[in-house]
Design a protein around this ligand. Structure first.
Ligand code: F6P
Length: 540
């Protein structure tokens, strides 16, 4: 029997009914009528505490969302991923980022081969190399100590490394400078290297495919920059370039010896690759021991996701609440608001993770969806956002669920900073949920004409993720939390979160246009594109 579309099935319909019943129920009354709600609507796992009491949801909502998850086969889908089944069906690949952080004694078999010995062999090789850079035994071509590490990559080969480096700076070797070059805009390379000495600089060329235009262009520029210093002596390459890739043939073609290559596998998606060899810059920065703590944090959340009942399962709850907010309450975006300066690049990292994964228009079997798929993720660290876009979240006409992320302890004991930071995060969530009524505003003596301007409707949902301190373990758990929340959403929407065909068309057109910009060959695009190209040709 043909399976009905998601929105036609009983658990979906029951959630629609439930949303209709809850419409008009304010968070104020949900809290007033249920004094233990704040303690009950929370869950803990892998060292993270998730408060979702300020979501517009009740125990009944969670029950119905869990019923939807079960109907969508979430449990079986999780098991299939962890087992190494080829759940990335459009590319016929397993999806095993969870194997990258699993312990040595686990066995995960793909195409008849246990991948775990390979995973740990690469981790061990990374540790040896990272140690040799950190202790100065690996040196540049002219014997100088390496003082600068430049990761060249884009998308998943950049965003995870940048985010993790920034997040874990308190643990990084401050004698080393780290830079990240991603954009094909030459400004990125020029600014990243302008104050560096090539003799002291190591490039990590990070690209799963080793064919990405931006990365290969930047890598070629880096190669010329280094060789320029060494009078074109190609022997310098081995001392200043390392490749991180799945594509040994292209690495060799570029001129990097595969002895200087750290491999990974096609079953690691780019945006899920920060615990593969793509994490080499992170490991050089914080050292192998701390890197293992990061992996342990990921693994703890992986295990929590794999084993905890959905009602107590952080990634499942977050994923289901994202579906609830979008599909039943009409919200289209999720603001991720870390109250920790070290997480400044976390929202950018999540944008790729979430939107390249679930920004899909067809289900696994190719049927066009009749419902919205992945929500838009965006954000900024607090409290900066408060003085920028929070106005719209508090009083605008759009519903924007927020994820607040905060830590009980700061790396910097600079009273009163951390208490003020935390006061702000708790205050924002409270203000969004409860708001301020016209009566309350008027009672403050506000002029009647101003009352409507100063009313806060409230009833704006948020979750708060609280951890003790931003250490490698906590970061790993946090990233895995979002990875699996996004998996949960993909399972409900019945899309493939692990391909990204949507990036191909633009790439192909850029390839076609690039040579046209430097020639006067006739143009056969639309009239707008033709005019823009002609104008560029005339003025470049
Ligand atoms: O944007 C498309 C994409 O393929 C991403 O999925 C990927 O993370 C990025 O390009 C970089 O790819 P690569 O690591 O192969 O250079």
């Amino acid at each position: 029997m043909e399976r009905r579309q998601l929105t036609e099935r009983a658990p979906w319909k029951s959630l629609e009914d439930h949303a209709a019943q809850l419409r008009g129920t304010h968070l104020r009354s949900l809290f007033a009528d249920d004094p233990t709600r704040g303690e009950r609507l929370a869950a803990e796992g892998a060292g993270l505490y998730l408060d979702y009491a300020k979501q517009r949801a009740t125990d009944e909502t969670i029950r119905r969302l869990v019923a939807l998850a079960e109907d969508c086969g979430l449990r079986a889908k999780i098991d299939a991923m962890f087992r190494g089944d080829k759940i990335n069906t459009t590319e016929d690949r397993a999806v095993l980022h969870v194997a990258l952080r699993a312990p040595k004694d686990r066995s995960v078999v793909v195409d008849g081969r246990d991948v775990m010995p390979d995973v740990h062999a690469v981790l061990d090789a990374m540790a040896r190399f990272a140690t040799s850079v950190r202790d100065g035994s690996f040196r540049g071509h002219s014997g100088e100590r390496i003082r600068n590490v430049v990761n060249v990559g884009i998308g998943g080969s950049d965003l995870g490394p940048v985010m993790a480096y920034r997040a874990l700076r308190p643990f990084s070797d401050r004698g080393l400078t780290f830079r990240f070059v991603s954009n094909v805009d030459g400004t990125d390379f020029a600014e990243a290297t302008r104050d560096l000495d090539p003799k002291e600089t190591l490039f990590l060329i990070a690209s799963k495919t080793f064919t990405t235009q931006e990365t290969m262009t930047n890598a070629a520029t880096a190669r010329a920059w280094v060789l320029g210093t060494f009078g074109g002596d190609e022997a310098a390459i081995a001392k200043h370039f390392v490749a991180i890739s799945t594509n040994a043939a292209e690495v060799t073609k570029f001129g990097i010896d595969t002895a200087n290559m750290f491999g990974f596998w096609d079953w690691v998606g780019g945006r899920y690759s920060m615990t593969s060899a793509i994490g080499l810059s992170t490991m050089i920065a914080i050292g192998p021991e701390r890197y293992r703590e990061l992996l342990a944090g990921f693994h703890a959340m992986d295990e929590h996701y794999r084993t905890a009942p959905f009602e107590k399962n952080l990634p499942a709850l977050m994923g289901l609440l994202a579906v609830w907010n979008q599909s039943f309450l009409g919200a289209h975006t999720i603001a991720v608001l870390p109250y920790d300066q070290y997480l400044e690049r976390f929202p950018a990292y999540l944008q790729q993770l979430a939107m390249e994964s679930n920004g899909k228009q067809v289900t696994l079997d190719g049927t066009r969806v009749s419902y919205e798929t992945g929500p838009i993720y965006w954000g900024e660290p607090g409290t900066n956002g408060q003085h920028s876009f929070y106005q719209l979240i508090h009083q605008g006409t759009k519903l924007i669920p927020c994820d607040f992320i905060a830590f009980c302890r700061s790396h910097h004991r600079l009273p009163p900073h951390h208490d003020l930071l935390m006061a702000n995060v708790f205050a924002q969530a409270e203000a969004l949920a409860f708001g301020k009524t016209a009566e309350e505003v008027a009672a403050e003596g506000t002029a009647p004409a101003l009352v409507p301007h100063r009313v806060f409707d409230g009833n704006r949902p948020s979750s708060t993720i609280l951890a003790d301190e931003l250490k490698p373990h906590a970061l790993g758990a946090l990233v895995a939390l979002y990875e699996h929340s996004i998996f949960t959403q993909g399972a409900i929407f019945d899309v493939n979160p692990f391909d990204q065909w949507g990036v191909e068309l633009g790439k192909a057109l850029a390839k076609r246009i690039a040579p046209e910009l430097t020639s006067d060959a006739p143009l056969a695009h639309d009239s707008s594109t033709n005019t823009l190209i002609r104008r560029y040709r005339a003025r470049r």
